[in-house]
Design a protein around this ligand. Structure first.
Ligand code: PMV
Length: 332
C-alpha cells in the first residue's frame, strides 16, 4: 500500500471563470487568470488500497479523523471514480482532508481541496505526471478553479478548444511579484447558491455575452500588469471584472445575490483607502466575502481598515504563494 500527502493552495481569480460550455468537464467559456495563495491551503492524504476495495472519505479535525460531511464526501467519491478511470486504476482509496483556514469562515475550499486530492491520488499511485495533466485531472473534479491551483504564482487557465488544452499555464512565479490578498470575512457558512449553479445560470443573463466581448482587452491588461508588476494597472481591471461577475449573477434567471450589506460596506472602505492614496483593490468570488489586493507595504493599514468596517467578522491575511508541495505530515 502506498500513501501520499499533498498541501495545495486556494487561488484568487483576477479574471474569473464564470459560465461553462461543458459543466461536467468544467470546460469554461473564457480564459481566466489567478494568483495562487500561500496560507489558505488544503491538505490531503491518500492511501491506495487493494484493487476493488471501497473508498473511505475522512475529515481531519483537531480531535482526530471523523467521517466527512455527506455533501463533501459525495463530491470526493465522484472525483475518485473519475481519477480511477482516467489513470486506469482499480484500487480503492482512503482519503483524509483538512483545511489550514477555518472552513466555517465562508472561504471557498473546493479549488485547494480538489487540487490536493488529485495530486495526492497521483502520488499514492506513484504516477509522476506533467503539471498540465494534473491540471486537467483537477479540473475534472467539476471545480474548474482547481485546475489553476496546481501551480504557484500567477496562473492562466485558457479556454482550450480541445479537452487537453484547457489546462493551467504559469504566467509568472510567486517571486516575480509579491502581493497581499486580505480577505474580509463578512459571513460564515456555506453560500446559498453553489458556483456550479452559478455557472449554469450565467448564460441566462443579458450581460453574459457582453462580458465575453470585453474579456480580450481585460485579459491582455491583466497579463501586462503582472509582467510589469503594475498594481495601478491591475487593480481597476480586477475590480471591474468582479463587479461584472456579480452583475451577471444578479441578472441570471433565477437571480443570484451573493452580496450582503457588509459586502457593500467593505467595497466603500476600499474606495476610501484609495481616496486616501492607498493602493487597494477589491474582488469577490461567488460569495459575500471581499478579497482586497494590495502591496505588502500597505498590508497593515488595509487590514486595520477592513477590521474596522462594520459587519466584518475577521480578516484572513494571505499573499502570493508557491503552489502545491508534499512537505507536510500525513493526516493518518
Ligand atoms: O471552480 P468553481 O466551479 O468553484 O468556480 C469558481 C468560480 C469563481 O470562484 C467565482 C471564479 C474563479 O475563477 O475562481
Amino acid at each position: 500500500m502506498s500513501k501520499a500527502t499533498v498541501a495545495a493552495p486556494a487561488n484568487i481569480a483576477f479574471v474569473k471563470y464564470w459560465g461553462a460550455r461543458d459543466l461536467a468537464r468544467a470546460l469554461p467559456y473564457n480564459p481566466s487568470i489567478s494568483m495562487t495563495l500561500a496560507r489558505a491551503v488544503s491538505h490531503s492524504t491518500v492511501e491506495a488500497k487493494s484493487e476493488g476495495e471501497v473508498d473511505e472519505v475522512l475529515w481531519a479535525e483537531e480531535a482526530g479523523l471523523a467521517p466527512a460531511p455527506p455533501n463533501f464526501a459525495a463530491r470526493v467519491l465522484r472525483h475518485l471514480a473519475v481519477l480511477r478511470r482516467e489513470l486506469g486504476s482499480h484500487r480503492g482509496f482512503r482519503v483524509a482532508t483538512r483545511n489550514s483556514f477555518p472552513s466555517a469562515a465562508g472561504m471557498a475550499s473546493s479549488a485547494s481541496g480538489f487540487a490536493a486530492l488529485t495530486l495526492a491520488v497521483a502520488g499514492a499511485l506513484e504516477r509522476t505526471l506533467p503539471v498540465a495533466e494534473l491540471s486537467r485531472l483537477a479540473r475534472l473534479s467539476g471545480s474548474g478553479s482547481a485546475a489553476r491551483s496546481v501551480l504557484g504564482g500567477y496562473v492562466e487557465w485558457p479556454r482550450g478548444e480541445a479537452e487537453n488544452e484547457a489546462v493551467a499555464e504559469l504566467l509568472a512565479p510567486a517571486e516575480h511579484w509579491q502581493l497581499c490578498d486580505l480577505i474580509a470575512i463578512v459571513e460564515r457558512g456555506p453560500k446559498e447558491v453553489s458556483s456550479l449553479d452559478g455557472h449554469q445560470r450565467a448564460e441566462s443573463s443579458p450581460y453574459f455575452q457582453r462580458r465575453l466581448e470585453l474579456l480580450g482587452e481585460r485579459l491582455a491588461g491583466v497579463r501586462q500588469a503582472i509582467a510589469d508588476r503594475d498594481l495601478d494597472g491591475l487593480g481597476p481591471i480586477v475590480e471591474e471584472e468582479a463587479i461584472d461577475l456579480h452583475l451577471i449573477a444578479m441578472s441570471s434567471r433565477p437571480a443570484i445575490f451573493y452580496w450582503q450589506p457588509a459586502t457593500l460596506r467593505v467595497l466603500a472602505t476600499v474606495r476610501g483607502l484609495r481616496a486616501a492614496g492607498v493602493g487597494a483593490w477589491s474582488t469577490m468570488d461567488a460569495g459575500p466575502n471581499v478579497h482586497v489586493i494590495c502591496r505588502p507595504g500597505d498590508e497593515a493599514v488595509v487590514a486595520a481598515a477592513l477590521a474596522d468596517t462594520p459587519g466584518v467578522e475577521s480578516v484572513f491575511r494571505d499573499h502570493t504563494g508557491n503552489g502545491p508541495h508534499g512537505n507536510v505530515p500525513p493526516l493518518f
